[in-house]
Design a binder for this molecule. Structure first.
Ligand code: APR
Length: 235
């Protein structure tokens, strides 16, 4: 029976692909007020500004490539059951070859009707214009979870977490709930490993251990060792 690795990734996972994080120095929330671009109220107040914010991020994503960390995670599927729970709205895990990816906060490459959330559309280009509408004629909004909105994928994510033989946190400040609350669902005997250059507060998790460093630098050697030994364990 293959061991199960559950990955919980945040913006730091894509930092080495050139995409900005949110709360680091120079992060997106230093440049934009989250209440102007990432809330339902912002959409109601100024849909053009919200649309421009996500157009700019979509444009950057089209120019970005998966980094060594994304590729290292996808390689683990050779020997392990790998399930990626990501807070990221980019598609870099998928483009690196990961086959089980669950997006807690939505997907930048999809848009949806602003009046019927079940009408979701893949969006190939980077630009959504005010005149782009759904089949019912309403404006297209990003298919992302804004602050104050429900996180519909939490239950499937919790189900995955409970199956973990190792829980790997990559590039998340663990600031945003309910997503960060998934750490409390990790089975008691399952090790938690966090890869992050910054200061994480893991004091609530006796089974947790942080490796300080950038994901693209640290992950390839760790995953190579797991593949060679055919076992998931603290490196
Ligand atoms: N490798 C690994 N970790 C990194 C790297 C890197 N190269 N660069 C930065 N980090 C770490 C930072 O130290 C920080 O802990 O990534 C984390 C990024 O934290 P945030 O910017 O808060 O991003 P995230 O945790 O994903 O935010 C969660 O907040 O704004 C919302 O919806 C948004 O999904 C996002 C959520």
């Amino acid at each position: 029976m293959r061991q199960t690795l559950v990955v919980f990734s945040g913006a730091g996972m894509s930092a080495d692909s050139g995409l900005k994080t949110f709360r680091d120095h120079g992060g997106l929330w230093e440049e934009y007020n989250v209440y102007d671009v990432a809330t339902p109220e912002a959409w109601d107040r100024n849909p053009d500004m919200v649309t421009r914010f996500y157009n700019m991020r979509r444009k950057q994503l089209l120019e970005a490539e998966p980094n060594a960390a994304h590729k290292a995670i996808s390689q683990l599927e050779k020997k392990f059951d790998v399930r990626v729970i990501t807070q990221n709205i980019d598609d870099l895990h998928e483009r690196a070859g990961s086959s089980k990816v669950l997006h807690l906060h939505g997907e930048l490459r999809k848009v949806r009707s602003s009046i019927r959330p079940d009408l979701v559309y893949e969006w190939d280009g980077w630009e959504v214009r005010p005149e782009d509408v759904c089949e019912l004629g309403s404006r297209l909004r990003p298919h992302v979870v804004w602050f104050g909105e429900e996180v519909p994928m939490m239950l499937p994510a919790m189900d995955w977490v409970r199956k973990a033989d190792l829980f790997l946190v990559i590039g998340s400040s663990l600031n945003v709930y309910p997503a960060a609350g998934l750490l409390y669902d990790v089975p008691p005997g399952t090790p938690i490993l966090a890869i992050d250059p910054g200061d994480l507060d893991l004091s609530s998790f006796p089974n947790a251990h942080q490796i300080r460093g950038r994901a693209a630098e640290m992950l390839p050697a760790i995953t190579r060792k797991w593949l060679e030994n055919e076992i998931l364990a603290h490196p």
